[in-house]
Design a protein around this ligand. Structure first.
Ligand code: HEC
Length: 149
């Protein structure tokens, strides 16, 4: 009886650790998805004319993006050692082998955002802002993001 309880306890602890790791991976993925919502679902779509230009929506998207990017270094502090179930993209192990270099990819994104903040007034300037920011996102993805499927 005692033994069964210990075994059950160890199993619960094990499951808890797996859960926590999956939770970390999900948090990391959610942060990236939130950035994608601002940059792709709003800024890119609007710059292509898929949705009408709206100054308030643009300004909000830039502000959300700025807030999200500031969370990358901290959100990726711990290596979850697993991918989000069924995810299309995962983190390369290199993120945690070269965390300082990974982190060094963040300020250029912040600079690209700061450079356009408050200066986007029409589709043309929105398009330029999209490209400038997206190029910096991709500088990190090139090295640290893996395509899983
Ligand atoms: C410092 C590195 C870094 C920067 C900067 C960065 N990303 Fe990522 N991104 C990652 C990593 C690592 C992954 C893979 C792990 C994940 O999905 O959580 C990823 C995944 C993603 C994904 C795929 C999510 C999924 O699984 O569907 C999207 C979309 C994304 N990033 C958007 C962005 C956007 C937009 C920006 C710029 C505003 C950005 N990222 C900036 C590192 C970065």
């Amino acid at each position: 009886m005692k033994r069964t309880m210990i075994v059950a306890g160890v199993l619960v602890l094990g499951a808890g650790a797996v859960m926590a790791q999956q939770e970390i991976a999900v948090q990391q993925d959610n942060l990236m998805r939130s950035q994608a919502k601002s940059l792709y679902s709003v800024i890119q779509k609007m710059s292509k004319g898929d949705i009408p230009y709206n100054q308030k929506t643009v300004d909000e998207a830039i502000a959300n993006l700025e807030a999200d990017v500031a969370k990358i270094a901290k959100t990726f502090e711990v290596n979850p050692k697993q991918d989000v179930v069924n995810a299309s993209y995962g983190s390369s192990p290199k993120v945690w082998q070269n965390k300082a270099d990974f982190d060094s990819k963040i300020p250029p994104v912040q600079k690209a955002i700061a450079d356009v903040k408050g200066k986007i007034t029409n589709v043309a300037s929105l398009k330029a802002a999209y490209t400038a920011i997206n190029d910096r996102c991709n500088d990190c993805h090139e090295t640290y993001r893996l395509k899983l499927k």
